[in-house]
Design a binder for this molecule. Structure first.
Ligand code: PEP
Ligand code: MG
Length: 324
């Protein structure tokens, strides 16, 4: 019986010793809005936009997209909504684009690579997002960034569309532009990216797979898909530290952000925002309220410096947080 969780709906998220973090929701559609509000999300940390493109048999128009983005940011204002540009390819092909088959789609022309290669699709999405920004607190995030060149190119295209709309006197809001860190190369270079991005959001669903070189959709290697692997934890910690050193916030929007074993470690590393399926938010808020942030820095430190295996990490967390 989860009725007692309703009491957490309108609470801020703080640890027992008063450290505040943001609990946000991942959504994929305007139809997810009621569950965002019902579960007391403080923001939307990831709106995936693939559904807009995958539901039909042709590309959505700029106006069709604008309507959806506007509805979402308007309904949630003054909460912030991070909308991710198209993350197509990999396990999410777009049949009507007639992309040629790839031997390794997860290492192929997906996400930002596809957007930079097909700029008319990207520009139309950016214009729709820019126009919607006048109606609430919208942020834009690019997926699968691996190099600074990609981030700079995407940002330059965004700036170009922004100035064209400004010339036409289209009303625009202030928009922060950030990136997902889901490729190990970006995590390793997070200090450089943090100089240019307004925020970073760690996409562990992909980061874990790319770090362990294991496709999570392949059952035979599922045992290698290890969220608590010390190598993954070190990458995450590196991103958080680099973000904070540069004065920008760091979020996580992969499944791991709502995982009870991971939450104490992520708090210990100083993660600012946890974004997850709306159904997990209230449970996570309850858990965070039972944790003492002052103790978790040492836990994270030990896991990062002394653990050699995922199992050792789990054992350390369970010893530090009885009953988890
Ligand atoms: C991720 O990779 O963690 C992520 C949030 O993106 P997606 O699951 O859409 O690939
Ligand atoms: Mg991803």
């Amino acid at each position: 019986n989860l009725d007692h969780l309703a009491a957490f709906r309108n609470h801020k998220t703080t640890t027992k010793d008063g450290r505040g973090v943001t609990l946000a929701a991942n959504i994929g559609n305007a139809s997810d809005l009621p569950s965002v509000l019902h579960n007391g999300a403080e923001a939307v940390g990831l709106m995936r936009t693939e559904f807009l493109y995958m539901n039909g048999d042709k590309l959505p128009t700029e106006d069709e997209q604008f309507d959806v983005y506007r509805e979402v940011v308007k309904a949630l204002a003054p909460k912030t909504v991070v909308i991710r540009t198209l993350d197509i390819g990999g396990d999410k092909p777009l049949p009507y684009l007639h992309q040629h088959p790839e031997a390794n789609p997860f290492l192929g022309e997906r996400a930002i690579r596809q957007s930079l290669a097909h700029q008319q699709i990207f520009r139309s999405q950016l214009r729709a997002l820019l126009r919607a920004s006048a109606y609430g607190h919208l942020r834009i995030m690019f997926p699968m960034i691996a190099t600074l060149d990609e981030f700079r190119q995407a940002k330059a295209i965004y700036d170009d569309e922004r100035s064209k709309l400004t010339t036409k006197q289209v009303p625009l809001g202030e928009i922060k532009v950030g990136m997902m860190v889901e490729v190990p190369a970006a995590a390793m270079l997070a200090d450089r990216f943090a100089q240019e991005a307004d925020f970073m959001s760690i996409g562990t669903n992909d980061l874990i797979g790319y770090t362990l070189a294991a496709d999570r959709t392949n059952q035979d290697v599922a045992y290698l898909y290890q969220p608590y692997h010390p190598a993954v934890l070190r990458l995450i910690n590196q991103v958080i530290s680099a973000g904070h050193a540069a004065g920008i916030p760091v979020a996580m929007c992969g499944e791991m952000a709502g995982d009870p074993i991971a939450v104490p470690l992520l708090l210990g590393m100083g993660l600012d925002e946890f974004s997850m399926g709306a159904g997990t938010i209230l449970k996570t808020r309850e858990l965070i309220g039972q944790l003492t942030a002052a103790d978790l820095g040492a836990l994270a430190e030990t896991a990062l410096n002394s653990a050699s295996t995922s199992q050792e990490v789990v054992t350390m967390v369970q010893a530090a947080v009885p009953g988890i």
